[in-house]
Every structure is written in structure tokens, then in C-alpha cells.
Design a protein around this ligand. Sequence first.
Ligand SMILES: CSCC[C@H](N)C(=O)N1CCC[C@H]1C(=O)N[C@@H](C)C(=O)O
Length: 348
Amino acid sequence: MTQLEGLRAAMRQAGVDALWISDPANVRAVSGFSSGKDGKVLVTGDGAALYTDGRYTVQAQEESRIEQHIARPPETYQDAAERVRGGRVGFEAEHLTVAGLDALREHWEAELVPTRGLVEGVRLIKTPGEVQAIREAQALADRVFAQVRPMIRAGVRELDVALELETGLRRAGAEVGFDVIVASGPRGAMPHGVASERVVEEGDLVTIDFGARVRGYHSDMTRTVAVDRPSDEMRRVYEAVLEAEEAAVAAVRPGMRAADLDALARGILERHGLAEAFAHSLGHGVGLNIHEGPGLRKGSEDVLEPGMVITVEPGAYLPGVGGVRIEDLVLVTEDGYEVLSHTPKEKV
Ligand SMILES: CSCC[C@H](N)C(=O)N1CCC[C@H]1C(=O)N[C@@H](C)C(=O)O
């Protein structure tokens, strides 16, 4: 089944004849058009159309897998109005603005129905082409990390490490996937500690979390490295996080409940007295967005399936002291998993 066929099946289940797609990543996923923030897509039972404006005429022709309409609102809505007249039309409740919904109400004679997660559901399972883009992004990130690793020493600013990673990714032809996290010493206690002016010191652990973006698809990897010899306490924390990470990766397989994988890693950290220190979910899906389904967290209903690309990233954060996170990017395969990130995990 193609992704578009999968989406139509999801639309039927949701009881809608058509779907108005406004989330930029969903627009890109369905059409292939890379400037999703300046586009909308209408999917009907027997057609699919991309709406964008005259700035993108050539780009839309080159990139879009579906028919294109070049117009600006209100013409956009008027053209689509013909296709949806009298039907039940889903809109993306989590993404359409109030103003956007008002415009649809003004221009369409159709029943507007809020929907949730229809395109996102299709995006959970990557196509071979999507896996290839993520694989390339991660391979490139691994290479750049190896080039930058020698500069992570006492005396360097976090910002300069981030800059080298960003420049390396750019030079290699990728985009920077998200703000690079470089959190050294006590800043390591911030899971999202983007690089600061702090100068790395002897005895620090330094957490580096970064990703590339290739053809719109992200990679995501975290390594925590030691500068000289960290305290015994932080070395124990590192060993505990490593144990949790490796055990969770080894347990990845189709049929595994995402919530159980999270619980497995959490249980190991709990045994090491670090339950409270693990302040976020175990991981997430990766694709056109850096964070997408499945969610590897308590309460998640997601079940792993072949073709999902997920992160496994337990961490432990001790305010005022420091932190550790280790993250791999993992493809769920027919009989288990394949780790896409190949940067070695160092001894500390
Ligand atoms: C701003 S993108 C951050 C990418 C990073 N690898 C990541 O996903 N992190 C860093 C620590 C926690 C984790 C995260 O943000 N997880 C989300 C899904 C959560 O809500 O737990």
C-alpha cells in the first residue's frame, strides 16, 4: 500500500471524504513539496492537489508528486471549494489556525470535521527512500562527529564545538537538524542545554546531541564524553545510563510496546537510584520532524513495527552536578533492529 492509499484508508476510518492538510511536514510528506510551510494539500477520494503561490511555481513542478495549483487565498479556497462541496472534510485540529478554519468556513459549503494524526499515522512507517535519507543524514553526522571529537578538551567553549559541528554538516551538504546541544559540567543537568559560552573544564562530562537533515529527513544522536577523569559519582551515572541504553536497544523488535521499552530503561536507572534523574521519555520517532511518532514513553499506545525509525536516549540529570545522555538512532527491522548511528560510545 502506498502512503497515499494508507492515508485514504485512515480518512475512511475517520469518516471524512476529503482532508485539508496544513501542517508543513504533512504537506511535504503527502506531496513531496519541500516548502511545506507555504503550501496546503487537499486529498479527496480520487485526487490530491497541492496549493502554493507564484513564488514556488517551478519548485512545485519539480518536486510535487501530486497536481499543483498556483494561487493565493482566497483563490486557493475557491478552487478547492468545488472539490469538497457537500462533503465531510477533515482538517488537522492540531495544526490549522483559528483564522485558517474561519477561512474554510467562509469559502466552503462542506461539513468541517476536526481530525487528529491521520498523516502522522502514515508517517510512522518509513518508505525505503525515507530510510535511505535518514541513513545518509546519520552517516554524515557520524563523520562530522569524528572530525570534531579531538577539539572537545579543557579550554574550548561549548559554542565553538557547536559551530564546528554545524559547519561540518553544512560543508558535507546537509542542513543542521536542530539547535546543537553541548552541555558540559553542571550544564549537563539540562537535557536541552544548547551550547553556551561556558568553557569546558578538566573532569567535565560533555553531552553532545545533534543531527543532520538530508532531503528533509533528520538524524539524531547523543554522545557524552569525558574530559580527563570525571568524579566517581559521574562515572557511575555514565555506566548506569550506558547499561540502560544498551539494554533498551537490544530489546527493540516488532511487536514491542513503546511504553514497555521506556519502562525497561527506566527500571535499570531505578535500580541505580536514578529514577528521578531520568526526566524525559526514552525516545521518539524521527523523520521529517525531529520529534514524531512513535512516542517511547509511559502511557504510549504505540507498538513498534518494521520501518519505524526511533531514538533510544535514556539520560540522568543531577542539578548542580551534571548529566549524562546516550542516544542511538535505530531502525526497526522485520526481525529486530539495526542501529543507524555508528559513533563509538567511549569509556569514561
Ligand atoms: C530539540 S531537539 C532534541 C533532540 C534530542 N535528541 C531529544 O529528542 N531529546 C533531548 C533530551 C530529551 C529528548 C526530547 O526532547 N524528548 C522529548 C520527545 C520528550 O518529551 O521527552
